[in-house]
Write a protein that binds this ligand. Sequence first.
Ligand code: FES
Length: 363
Amino acid sequence: MKDLVTQLLAIDNFDVVLVLSILIGFGLVETVSGFLTNSKRKKGDWVQEILSFLLLSTGIKPAIVFSVYLIGSRFFPEQHYLFNEISFGWGLLIYLLIDDVLQYWYHRTAHETPFLWKLHRSHHQAEEMGYFVSYRNAFLYYVLMPNIWWVGLVVYSGGGKAVALGLVLKQLVIIGSHSRLRWDKPFYTYPILRPLIKVIERIIITPSFHHSHHGTSLLDEASDPNGNFGNMFSFWDQLFGTATFQRSYPKQYGLQKKTNDPWTSAYFYPFVTSPDKQSDWHKDHQIKKTATKEAATLTLTKGENYLWCACGRSATQPFCDGSHHGSKIKPQKFTAKRTGEVRLCNCKKTAKGPFCDDTHLNL
Ligand code: FES
């Protein structure tokens, strides 16, 4: 194994060759499995994803690495060979763990804060999974990404080879978890393989784990768009309470609220805005409060699942329409216990959500 790694590291630009091989490999298999003929993607989706991939790898990452080099040489010249003082294996482990925990928190914060959500939103507009969805984010999202700056720091500190191999391993997991190939499916299909996937999914991100994050709504059992934020390792979701392990895949992908945005605003927001007035990328977009003081009285059907809006922003009160994205608030899923009239809270202050407990009388 050690010899193999040594030989690999001796190949010129092996990381570029391997990442391209991973992309081409997944691309070929997805194509053979009917991806191009069945795809819901429009031309703008392809343009955005391919442009984003090219600019990230040939522009943003090299520019950040170079910037860190300039800053490092000027202010921290003694740090230049820090990674040379530890073994390659330790360097690789330190690089990967710090990289992945930074990306976990950046990704999670992008779901929980309004501005970063707008930079990440296009990633979740994709209505089908595929290897190129991995690269679908606004330009500025990548410029601000802390783990790319960490890459620059490790390269500056002499850990270039650890970064090169680490990036290949990371891309393999990330592209695999976005791909529609669902490599983990046999593990759920054949009972003999199930114990194995229980171990694998507790270490790395699997397609079912990450597809769940891209599912449209919590109403679908296989979807958890407000959890599963991990990228390479699933440790962080387990540690910080956001992991949901799945055994199936969402029926529907993409955002609940559909808008008509050009790919230019998806990629270049906030420098280019969307003409769609309903879009988060419209220049006049504002978060609207739609909660009302009075409870909503309506008839529910026994056994049906509902998603109650807890954030007070939905246009379909008292139910969720996905407007909570960009905040820490999540909708509440519940099943009606009987058919009949109920009073659902619409002031969003109840202690017995989703039902009204008359808190609004004291507001
Ligand atoms: S719109 Fe989803 S919780 Fe309010």
